[in-house]
Design a protein. Structure first.
Length: 148
């Protein structure tokens, strides 16, 4: 992948046990336009974080919802770092960056802290490619450092 002329920023967030309202507030606070779900299996004990519900609710709140779990989701045979060497991973990153060129994008998984989630691997990969990554931790708190 080539370095980009346009400085791209991608946000990350974990939904943890947020209510739908609180989660939407986080997105609004950070002016997120597109929420990209990178869960390989986009389901949850909380109904509002199930893929089908998110596809319905988020556009109503003016947040586009995109699922890239097939390409960027976790739980890969042989580990995620090995998976990152595949064509499918690179295609997922390419799709992510194409969207991020024109809109404010946030990738989402379950864990609040990215160091407990495969978002840390994606973030490090993006940072090495010159993309600025900002982790939304909670309301009013962000981190520019991907903890390993």
């Amino acid at each position: 992948m080539k370095s980009h002329n346009v400085r791209i920023t991608i946000w990350t967030v974990g939904y943890s046990n947020y209510s739908l309202e609180n989660f939407l507030e986080l997105l609004k606070e950070n002016r997120i336009q597109v929420l990209i779900d990178i869960r390989r299996f986009p389901t949850s004990k909380m109904q509002h974080f199930r893929k089908e519900e998110m596809e319905e609710w988020f556009p109503r709140k003016r947040v586009e919802y995109v699922w890239l779990g097939k390409e960027l989701g976790g739980y890969r045979k042989g580990g995620y770092q090995k998976y990152m060497q595949t064509k499918m991973f690179r295609e997922g990153v390419k799709k992510l960056l194409e969207i991020a060129k024109t809109k404010r994008v946030c990738i989402m998984c379950i864990e609040t802290n990215p160091k407990y989630c495969h978002r840390r691997f994606i973030s490090t990969y993006l940072e090495r490619k010159g993309v600025k990554v900002t982790h939304i931790i909670r309301k009013g708190q962000r981190s520019l450092t991907t903890e390993k």
